[in-house]
Design a protein around this ligand. Structure first.
Ligand SMILES: [Zn+2]
Ligand SMILES: [Zn+2]
Length: 304
């Protein structure tokens, strides 16, 4: 099960009832944050999520509305007695940007590990999350992220018994470990596990025009969270100029990528009531929902 919380749904600047867009997920006791604009830690506090279990922070790009909340969050994590290392992931320039922001948060009781993305598409595995970072198209270098929780095949006690695998190895094999005994026997998980089952897939993209990379990586996502800077159809030219998207472009991507559900986010401060444009957006992709601050879902593994 993967918990997903859209902390905020705003773009450019935080508003009194709309924090900047950021996404928080929780899986197996490990939290992951994507983007951290001004006020992100207040949004987290409002939703009652704790700071200490954040193990990974991914950045889409280094515009202020996506990163300026970092130093304050780091200080708060320090105050929450975090001791374990924290991994930061972001486009080229991560080290330079974070080092500059660290001037006002110099002493932290935990180590920062930085992973700078250099290729158009990169795959990382951290804390049970399979992360794909893919380049998108904004007016600065920007990435989208797909998070996947893989699910292994079902354990078969019958097969374990048939192959006379000692009972004490069943549990580690079930957890994916390979066992090498002192007697020279080798047991591998595929001896007792069936074919991999459907896992969970979440894709988050903001500050971009529609791209092939989004279409490819969002494909089949259980949840696709995508920017919708403008709901007004006549703002398409503006969206193109500033490298953002309209609701309709996001919905088209959701439809073409055959996702289960779309949440819109990163609204322009001028867009007061996103719901007004929902009817027309749903004509393109019916499972469209307006992102709202604190919008939450538990993505569950498919029942067997
Ligand atoms: Zn932005
Ligand atoms: Zn931006």
């Amino acid at each position: 099960m993967l918990d997903v919380c859209l902390l905020g749904s705003g773009g450019m600047m935080p508003l009194p009832h709309r924090w900047l867009t950021a996404l928080l997920t929780r899986y197996n006791g490990s939290s992951l944050l994507i983007d951290c604009g001004e006020g992100t830690q207040i949004a987290m506090k409002e939703k009652g999520w704790s700071f200490k279990p954040i193990d990974v922070i991914c950045f889409t790009h280094y515009h202020g509305d996506h990163i300026s909340g970092l130093p304050g969050l780091l200080l708060t994590m320090g105050n929450a007695d975090r001791r374990e290392p924290l991994t930061l992931i972001g486009p080229k320039g991560l080290e330079r940007v974070v080092t500059a922001l660290r001037v006002i948060a110099p002493e932290l009781p935990f180590e920062l590990r930085m992973i700078e993305l250099t290729k158009p598409e990169e795959h990382l595995e951290l804390n049970g999350y399979h992360i794909t970072a893919f380049r998108v198209n904004h007016n600065v270098l920007c990435y989208g992220y797909t998070l996947e929780i893989k699910r292994q095949g079902r354990f078969s006690p019958e097969r374990a018994r048939e192959q006379q695998i000692p009972l004490k190895f069943w549990n580690p094999l079930q957890k994916g470990q390979t066992i090498q005994t002192e007697e020279g026997d080798c047991y591998t998980p595929d001896m007792v596990l069936g074919p991999a089952r459907k896992g969970l897939k979440l894709t988050y993209t903001t500050d971009t025009r529609p791209t092939e990379s989004i279409l490819k990586n969002a494909r089949g996502s259980d949840l696709f969270i995508c920017e919708g800077m403008y709901g007004e159809k006549d703002k398409l030219a503006k969206a193109k100029e500033y490298k953002h998207m309209t609701f309709y472009e996001a919905a088209r991507l959701a439809k073409d990528a055959e996702v289960s559900q779309l949440w819109l986010t990163h609204y322009s401060p001028s867009l007061v009531h996103p719901e007004e444009f929902l009817k027309e957006t749903r004509e393109i992709f019916p499972e469209t929902y307006p992102g709202k601050d604190g919008k939450f879902v538990e993505l569950m593994f498919e029942e067997e």
